[in-house]
Design a binder for this molecule. Structure first.
Ligand code: HEC
Length: 155
């Protein structure tokens, strides 16, 4: 095996074994990380907006949509922590994530888990036909957005 090939194999192994979060992010990695996490938030938003309209009486209650979107919101809630592992504090990519995320990761992850939990509870209300809890359940999901944004999203 020639030297260049050995070097290539070595550097590939290093790239595979070095955890992303421990390394300083390149500009490109930071840009991707911000794009992915903001996209995850856009998906969160797109799933709660129709439910918010139902809770406010601006759209008729539709159990199928509540269940489907609440399942998606649960899944997205479970993804948030992963999408915020990449620490972009030392990069110049424009974004609204507060530095506090990487100083209080346990609390941040708990707030993400609360979105998943509230979304799961909402699915339960529909499964059990607890119609009196639909609006309350949707509001509880919405409250988890605010709880996290208040502490970890810049205005
Ligand atoms: C665990 C924390 C957390 C939770 C829960 C959370 N968010 Fe966010 N959200 C953030 C952070 C941090 C940002 C800023 C991300 C950035 O700019 O990189 C953000 C950004 C956003 C954005 C802007 C995305 C963009 O394209 O710039 C939207 C929209 C959003 N959140 C909607 C929501 C909604 C709706 C909910 C609840 C259903 C929610 N978020 C729950 C932390 C959270």
């Amino acid at each position: 095996m020639n030297f260049v090939r050995k070097l290539m194999i070595l550097s590939t192994c290093m790239a595979l074994t070095t955890p992303v979060f421990a390394a300083e992010l390149s500009e490109k990695q930071a840009k991707n990380a911000v794009e992915y996490r903001q996209s995850s938030m856009q998906l969160v938003k797109s799933n709660i907006v129709p439910l918010g309209a139902m809770a406010k009486g601006k759209a008729p209650i539709n159990e199928e949509i509540i269940s489907k979107n609440a399942l998606r919101l649960e899944q997205l809630g479970l993804m948030i922590s992963d999408y915020f592992v990449a620490d972009t504090r030392n990069n110049d990519v424009s974004n609204k994530a507060s530095d506090a995320i990487w100083e209080n990761q346990v609390d941040f992850n708990e707030k993400a888990a609360n979105l998943a939990k509230a979304s799961k509870a909402l699915q339960g209300f529909v499964a059990n036909k607890e119609t009196q809890n639909y609006r309350k359940g949707i509001a509880a999901v919405g409250a988890t957005c605010k709880a996290c944004h208040d502490d970890y999203k810049k205005d």
